[in-house]
Design a protein around this ligand. Structure first.
Ligand SMILES: [Mg+2]
Length: 231
């Protein structure tokens, strides 16, 4: 299901919405592994847990609440900004400028947004390292979402309302299938980013795409090629 798009399917699109992590840079860069490690260290220090126990709890919160952060806020009343700062204290040098992606995004007609469960600072640092930040109109982050992560419907509503996005004239690019359910229901086109090797060991079974995902219009492992096919 690595398809190039039918151009006519996107002729009506005025707003282009992109997830950040594992969407605007490829899965194999594995920037998230660094964030994941920082979150484990945070939980371990906060609750005096071993690395192993901290990691198990971190993952439990992720499954139960959509983000580790949300679980920590609910169960331990932590300061979310402090958490975000520490979680995103990572080396962005593993990302290199992606000029062809930047050019493809720049050339798209209409507005472009980053819509992430991370922070604005994280999105800006990553997009800057990729050399694509200037091509986006805005970043909608987990703080703007009042810490309610995708795939919560209320968060999509907030984002769409803030930018007056007509969902019938918008598309969303995401690497997590569950985050495309609401966009599809709202009438958006949906494009799933898949790793070049989908069986890569760090793809959680829970995050894998199943073949019955009817809410996914297209799937691709090459965002630049996909966007270029629309120009
Ligand atoms: Mg992602």
């Amino acid at each position: 299901m690595t398809d190039l798009p039918n151009k006519a399917d996107f002729a009506h699109v005025r707003d282009w919405v992109f997830d950040l992590d594992n969407t605007l840079y490829p899965h194999h860069v594995d920037l998230f592994a660094q964030i994941d490690k920082n979150m484990t260290a945070y939980v371990s220090a906060l609750l005096g847990l071993s690395r192993e126990d901290a990691r198990a709890l971190q993952k439990q919160y992720y499954y139960d609440h959509g983000t580790t952060l949300k679980g920590l806020m609910i169960h331990h009343d932590i300061d979310p900004l402090d958490f975000l700062e520490k979680a995103h204290a990572i080396d962005y040098g593993v990302l290199s400028p992606d000029l062809s992606l930047g050019e493809a995004i720049r050339a798209l007609p209409g507005r472009k947004f980053i819509f992430t469960n991370g922070s604005v600072k994280h999105a800006e640092m990553a997009a800057k390292a990729l050399g694509i930040l200037d091509h986006f109109d805005d970043v909608f982050d987990i703080v703007a979402a009042e810490y309610m992560p995708k795939p919560a419907g209320a968060t999509y509503d907030k984002f769409m309302a803030l930018h007056r996005i007509e969902t019938q004239q918008a598309v969303m690019f995401e690497d997590l299938p569950r985050n495309l359910l609401v966009p599809k229901a709202l009438g958006m086109k949906t494009v799933l980013l898949i790793p070049q090797n989908e069986n890569h060991e760090f793809v959680d079974a829970w995050e894998k795409r199943s073949e019955e995902d009817e809410h996914i219009d297209y799937a691709t492992s090459d965002l630049t090629a996909f966007l270029n096919a629309l120009l």
